[in-house]
Ligand binder design. Structure first.
Ligand code: ATP
Ligand code: MG
Length: 273
C-alpha cells in the first residue's frame, strides 16, 4: 500500500454529526446565479473533494464557508448551529481555516514568522517576541507533519509552492482548525510537488480534521477523497462516496463526455477543412 492509498472510511463517519453542512445553498451575484441548490456535508476525519470546471462555483462555495461572502438561499450549519459568517475572522473562530492558492503568506518573511503571523508568542513584561519559542514550535509542528525545511529563517518566498502549501496546512492544524479548506492547492504544481501536498492532506485527515479539497484534477481527488462533489454551472452534478464512484466515472463526469465527443468531432472537421 502506498502512503497515499487510503484506509477504510470509518463506518461511524456516516453517523457522526457533520462539522459543516450546507443545505440547498444558493448564491447570486446580481443576475449571475453562481450557486443553486447545493447540499453538502463535511465530516471530521474525511476528505471532501469539490470538483468542477472553470466558473462552476467552487470558489464561491468555499468563500461562503470562509466568511468572504454570505449565501442568498438555503442554510449553512456549523457544528450544528445555523450560521451566516460576516467575516473571515468569524469563520476562523468557528474552526474553519482556508488556504488559498495565492497563499496569505508573506514571501519576504521567514518560515517561522509566517507560521505565527497574527498569533505571535510574546513573553516578559515588555511583551517581547519570543523568537526562540516560535522557532521551536514551528520546527516541531512541521516535523510532525513530516515537512523538512532545514532552515526556518529562510524567507517563505524561497520555498517551493508545495512546501508553502504545507506550511499553511501545518499552521492551520496547530492553531486548532477543525475544518481546513484548500482551494486548488495542486493546480500550479508538478507531479512530485502535488504528491507532497496530497500527503499532507492525508496527514490532516489522520489528525482528525475535515478537509475540503478543491481541484480540477479527478486523479488527485481520487487519491485522497472520501466523498466527491462535482459542480456544473453552480449546481451539483454528482455527489458520491468513495465506495459508490470510480475514477473513470469522476473523470468522465468532469470532462463532460458529450462535450468532449463534440470537441473531438469539431477538431476532426477542422483537420479536413
Ligand atoms: N464577485 C463576483 N461578481 C460577479 N460574478 C462572480 C463573482 N465571483 C464569481 N462570479 C461568477 O460566479 C460563477 C462561479 O464562479 P467561481 O469563481 O465560484 O467558479 P470556480 O468554480 O471557482 O472557477 P475557477 O475554476 O475558474 O476558479 C462564475 O460565473 C463567475 O463569473
Ligand atoms: Mg475558483
Amino acid at each position: 500500500m502506498t502512503s497515499l492509498e487510503k484506509k477504510q472510511v470509518p463506518v461511524e463517519a456516516k453517523t457522526q454529526e457533520p462539522l459543516v453542512s450546507l443545505v440547498d445553498i444558493g448564491k447570486a451575484y446580481g443576475h449571475v446565479h453562481a450557486l443553486s441548490g447545493v447540499t453538502m456535508s463535511v465530516y471530521a476525519g474525511q476528505v471532501t473533494c469539490v470538483l468542477g470546471d472553470n466558473g462552476a462555483g467552487k470558489s464561491t462555495l468555499i468563500k461562503i464557508m470562509a466568511g468572504l461572502h454570505d449565501y442568498s438561499a438555503g442554510e449553512m450549519h456549523v457544528s450544528g448551529e445555523l450560521r451566516h459568517f460576516g467575516s473571515p475572522r468569524e469563520s476562523l473562530a468557528a474552526g474553519i481555516a482556508t488556504v488559498y492558492q495565492d497563499l496569505a503568506l508573506a514571501p519576504m518573511m521567514s518560515v517561522w514568522r509566517n507560521f505565527f503571523l497574527g498569533n505571535e508568542v510574546r513573553r516578559g513584561p515588555l511583551r517581547m517576541l519570543d523568537i526562540a519559542e516560535m522557532k521551536r514550535i514551528a520546527g516541531t509542528e512541521l516535523d510532525k507533519m513530516g515537512i523538512s525545511i532545514p532552515d526556518l529563517d529562510r524567507p517563505v518566498g524561497s520555498l517551493s509552492g508545495g512546501q508553502r502549501q504545507c506550511v499553511a496546512i501545518a499552521r492551520a492544524i496547530y492553531f486548532g482548525a477543525k475544518v481546513i479548506i484548500l482551494d486548488e492547492p495542486t493546480a500550479a504544481l508538478g507531479v512530485k510537488q502535488s504528491g507532497v501536498v496530497l500527503k499532507y492532506i492525508v496527514r490532516a485527515r489522520e489528525a482528525g480534521l475535515a478537509v475540503v479539497f478543491i481541484t480540477h484534477n479527478p486523479h488527485h481527488a481520487y487519491l485522497v477523497g472520501d466523498q466527491f462533489l462535482i459542480l456544473k454551472l453552480g449546481e451539483v452534478s454528482l455527489a458520491a462516496d468513495r465506495e459508490h464512484v470510480t475514477l473513470d466515472r469522476l473523470t468522465a463526469e468532469m470532462a463532460g463526455g458529450e462535450e468532449l465527443a463534440e470537441l473531438s468531432h469539431e477538431l476532426r472537421t477542422m483537420d479536413q477543412g
